[in-house]
Design a protein around this ligand. Structure first.
Ligand code: 5GP
Ligand code: ZN
Length: 113
């Protein structure tokens, strides 16, 4: 069982923001900013290492980049936003289905680099 696979399949409800044939995007249940959307490949990859090494990984990464830009435009994030991918245990990943956080709607100050 994978939480995000269940959300993609509609078995667990979510607030959808954007969808195409490769990605499903929905609001984070515990938002860290006024806009906090999760961009999730519809195919299950554990993390970004898994997606990068897959034959079709580039297609999914391209779809992720497109989705990020559509969301940023739709949400009015023209003055900027941040994309975060937590990878693996040391990266603080808690859901083991690769996803990208899109954060914005406020000036983000909590930079670590
Ligand atoms: P990670 O810590 O793996 O980078 O991010 C996982 C994210 O998934 C967290 O920001 C968390 O709030 C979000 N999340 C966990 N469970 C659910 C859920 O059931 N629904 C939604 N929409 N987000 C969830
Ligand atoms: Zn999954």
């Amino acid at each position: 069982m994978c939480l995000f696979c269940d959300i993609i399949e509609g078995k667990i409800p979510s607030t959808k923001v954007y969808e195409d044939d490769k990605v499903f995007c929905f609001n984070d249940i515990n938002p860290a900013a006024p806009v906090h959307v999760l961009v999730v490949p519809k195919k299950h990859f554990d993390d970004i290492r898994d997606i990068a090494s897959a034959d079709d990984g580039q297609e999914y990464l391209g779809a992720v980049a497109k989705a990020i830009n559509v969301i940023a435009e739709d949400k009015g994030l023209g003055s900027g936003f941040r994309v975060i991918n937590n990878c693996g245990e040391d990266g603080g990943q808690t859901v083991m289905h690769v996803h990208f956080h899109v954060l914005g709607g406020v000036k983000l100050n909590e930079k670590i680099l």
